[in-house]
Design a protein around this ligand. Structure first.
Ligand SMILES: Cc1cc2nc3c(=O)[nH]c(=O)nc-3n(C[C@H](O)[C@H](O)[C@H](O)COP(=O)(O)OP(=O)(O)OC[C@H]3O[C@@H](n4cnc5c(N)ncnc54)[C@H](O)[C@@H]3O)c2cc1C
Length: 823
């Protein structure tokens, strides 16, 4: 066994071997994999081998697509067959909301180039002759289906062996029966991996340990939010009807998914494999996989599966004639949102996770592709935020993960409404004024563990969402909240913002080296600053205020707390300036934030503070430290994300109740009210304000995002500068646009819809959309090829299967000159 390697991959399932393969393909031959048993000994050996291309996530969709393409090439490349049956994949719909879901997905599929067809019941019958199209009673009628002709199923063990061959051909080594028992840092900053066969020192470590993720994480001192759940499938004996069909020349039937009954069905040796995602499947191994488990399975629980078996028998009547051969019940790794953890760990260097895979056979290729890119090039090639392990924070307690994972598992097949907010493990993190908001009718959603009011139900209205792909029960109430801010004054609780403090003599120089804009030099100035990737993409957005000499207040998205904090800490450690020249503190939970906005906001605030609030005393884009009511040390920032006259109050958290009451007392005469996150969405779209994570991602540079005025190429070095200079020379390929969609009565764009030119050629994608209540327009934001970005350009957008006319508007269509902000 080697004693030194550039990378050690821990875990020899499909995912670990897929990572090793891609590292070797990228030319890193000094890479090894250690496996405690033999390859595929984890979940990989009992996986059903399905490769669904369907996924609502733009990122995961690309990962799955890459895998399916790779698996088709692998046999020729490695000489190892992978038993890829390209049967196609048929997802049935028996209700209009399900068709909406498929149509929404088609937008994503279009933008990433996954072939699909939306078909009617008769085409379903043609593709799948053994199906019962329904009787409208106990067997619901099929109203349509989504068909992927390109995917199917594969033999997971053969796939792993092909990846192994490819990795070895690139110089990688694999040590089976070798268990990692402990790790430590060497004095030189490498990892010393202690196995039962000896030690290996490595520059990088990748954890791909499936069901062992949490215990592997513990060795490195990190709490990995992945806990497996039981997952079962039933293997049936031969089906006489299937045999007759196949022997009569019928081709292998597509993998069938009756989403509304939560099961899949595929052929297996003239019989079937039926895999339900049932309610009541328990999380397992929350405290670790016991030594005895090895290649075991859990006992099958047919009782739990019965409702799905019965539904499948009604849909495919011949199934009732088959005997059950076996029930496979194995652990399947899950995370609270169901997406894997691919990317760097936090708080430690050169530790990478490829964990938490519940579709790990499908994702093994794509996750390895991007992780290898990240390790070798320093950055992934696509926006990976949806799977970045740092999208979670310290709130992922064991019980949180158990509850969420069980919920996610039983919801695999439920309709993924864009506005869904699942109830389990909530409320977890709440603002101090949570109860007050609840009494005001708040309907909460959850982000990064925080409860955030999405909208407020007025008296007499049920405080509950009706989730939909279209305008729903909260539409008019969101409109009322938005107009309150446009016409009077409203408040939004934005306590979850990520907040850092940077102090010390080196604070300014260090921050300046991170971001593309110039960090403010004058006390009280605020600047919007973007940290870029080395490729020039947008990684983070910070609002930076100079509070005092050598003291900066840095605010970023609430969901980016660990992602930003980890980056800032690493960058600070790397900064060439003398240690101690800048000090970074994460103060997210010690300060709250209320947004007070609207034409009357100045009058409200004036009743509570002595600070002059007129334009001379308190200009737009400045901040002051003030007393407000009884509260001291309030950072009053004259900025907001809704495009109205207003202030953000960032206050010591202990004043939350007092400030809330004081502001509402002061605002009563001006009709003050609360607004939620959905009103904020409507308002920010009217101002073309780009949202980090959806509109601003590493896929686009600040020039593409139309943030040219926040880039200072002449200010000295910053991360990503070279890439921006190159892009300016070569031409900016895309431009960010705000557009109006015409003829919308119910379904506004929401993001991830394809954008076409007037002739129907794909020219871009929407990143966000909603209704602008003040403008009374259905609005979208997105990126199009530069030639189509001019004001007035005619586009088409596909929303839930319907092509609509769209016109590019001026940036910030509401109050383009910012008169309200400067009022
Ligand atoms: C019943 C069932 C059906 C499934 N069907 C599908 C499907 O149809 N399609 C699909 O895409 N996915 C399916 N899955 C999920 C799929 O099996 C997993 O997502 C996938 O196998 C995960 O692969 P992995 O490499 O991450 O983990 P694993 O295959 O579990 O591999 C992890 C490896 O790490 C090793 N290891 C752990 N700790 C150490 C250590 N300290 N030192 C050395 N080695 C260590 C383990 O021995 C193990 O071999 C199914 C799962 C189940 C349970």
């Amino acid at each position: 066994m080697k004693t030194h390697a550039r990378v050690v991959v821990i875990g020899g399932g499909a995912v670990g071997v897929g990572t090793l393969y891609h590292l070797a393909r990228k030319g890193w031959s000094d890479v090894v994999l250690v496996e405690r048993a033999e390859l595929t000994a984890g979940s990989t050996w009992h996986a059903a081998g399905l490769l669904p291309l369907f996924n609502m996530s733009y990122t995961v969709g690309q990962i799955h697509k890459y895998s399916v393409d790779l698996y088709k090439r692998l046999p020729a490349e490695t000489g190892q067959d992978v038993s890829f049956h390209v049967t196609g994949n048929l997802r049935l719909a028996t209700c209009p909301e399900r068709m909406d879901e498929y149509q929404k997905y088609c937008g994503t599929a279009n933008t990433i180039g996954v072939p699909f067809q939306v078909i009617g019941p008769q085409e379903v019958k043609k593709l799948w002759p053994l199906i019962d199209l329904g009787n409208g009673a106990d067997t619901p009628n099929i109203i349509g289906a989504l068909y992927h002709p390109d995917d199917g199923h594969i033999a997971p063990a053969d796939l792993t062996m092909a990846l192994r061959k490819g990795a070895r051909a690139g110089g990688a080594e694999i040590y089976e029966q070798t268990e990692v028992m402990a790790v430590k840092r060497t004095a030189s900053g490498e990892w010393q991996i202690s196995t039962d066969k000896g030690d290996i020192v490595a520059e990088h470590v990748v954890c791909a340990t499936g069901n062992y993720a949490r215990q592997t994480g513990r060795m490195f001192g990190i709490n990995v939010p992945s806990i497996p759940v039981e997952h079962q499938y039933i293997v049936y004996d031969e089906s006489p009807e299937l045999k007759t069909y196949r022997q009569g020349g019928g081709r292998e039937l597509a993998v069938l998914r009756e989403s509304d009954k939560s099961y899949y069905l595929r052929e297996e040796r003239m019989g079937w494999i039926l895999g339900p995602y049932e309610a009541g499947a328990p999380a397992r191994f929350a405290d670790g996989v016991p030594d005895w488990f090895g290649k075991s399975l859990f006992e099958g629980d047919l009782e739990r599966l019965l409702p799905h078996v019965e539904a499948a028998q009604r849909r495919v009547p011949s199934l009732a004639n088959c005997g059950i051969k076996d029930i496979v019940n194995g652990p399947i790794a899950y995370t609270p949102d169901g997406s894997p953890l691919i990317g760097p760990a936090w708080g430690v260097r050169n530790l990478w996770l490829n964990e938490g895979h519940s579709f790990g056979i499908t994702a093994a290729g794509g996750s390895g592709w991007q992780l290898a890119e990240w390790i070798v090039e320093g950055e992934p090639g696509i926006d990976m935020m949806a799977v970045d392990p740092r999208r979670y924070g310290p709130y992922t307690s064991k019980r949180y993960v158990v509850q969420k994972n069980e919920e996610t598992y039983r919801n695999v097949f439920v309709i993924h409404f864009p506005d869904e907010e699942r109830p389990d493990a909530r409320p977890a993190k709440t603002s101090p004024i949570y109860d007050k908001l609840k009494r005001m009718g708040a309907v909460f959603g959850q982000r990064y563990g925080w409860e955030r009011a999405n909208w407020f139900a007025p008296p007499g209205v049920v405080a509950k969402d009706q989730w939909s792909f279209r305008r729903s029960n909260y539409f008019e109430h969101v409109g009322r909240e938005a107009l309150l801010i446009r016409r009077h004054v409203g408040m939004i609780d934005l306590g979850p913002f990520t907040k850092h403090e940077v102090t010390g003599p080196g604070a300014e120089a260090w921050l300046d080296s991170l971001v593309a804009n110039k960090v403010p030099t004058k006390i009280g100035r605020i600047a919007l600053c973007h940290a870029l990737t080395r490729r020039g993409g947008i990684r983070s957005e910070f609002t930076i205020t100079k509070i005092a000499d050598e003291h900066y207040y840095v605010v970023s998205a609430g969901a980016a707390e660990r992602y930003d904090s980890d980056y800032l800490q690493q960058m600070l450690a790397d900064h060439p300036a003398a240690p101690g020249a800048a000090t970074l503190r994460n103060i997210t939970t010690s300060r709250g934030c209320f947004v007070l906005a609207g034409p009357r906001s100045r009058e409200v605030l004036a009743k509570l503070t002595d600070v002059p609030l007129d334009n001379a005393g308190f200009p737009w884009l400045t901040g002051q430290v003030a007393e407000v009511g009884l509260a001291t040390d309030v950072y009053l920032l004259r900025v907001n994300f809704v495009g109205a006259l207003g202030w953000e109050l960032h206050f010591p958290i202990e004043y939350a109740h007092h400030l809330f009451d004081a502001i509402f007392d002061a605002g009563a005469e001006f009709k003050i009210g609360m607004a939620g996150m959905r009103a904020m969405e409507s308002l920010r779209l009217e101002k073309s304000y780009r949202m980090w994570g959806t509109d601003l991602t590493p896929d686009y540079t600040p020039y593409e995002a139309g943030l040219d005025r926040f880039v200072r190429l002449n200010k000295g070095a910053f991360v990503g500068k070279d890439a921006l200079e190159r892009q300016l020379k070569q031409g900016v390929p895309h431009r960010f646009v705000t557009f109006e969609v015409h003829g919308v009565s119910a379904a506004d764009p929401l993001g991830n819809e394809p954008l076409f030119d007037a002739k129907g050629n794909l020219v871009g994608r929407a990143t966000a959309g909603y209704y602008g209540h003040a403008l009374q327009k259905s609005l979208g934001l997105g990126y199009v090829k530069t030639d189509f970005a001019g004001v007035g350009a005619e586009l088409q957008i596909e929303i839930l299967g319907e092509r609509k006319r769209a016109t590019v508007l001026v940036d910030s269509p509401f109050d383009p000159e910012n008169k309200e902000l400067r009022a």
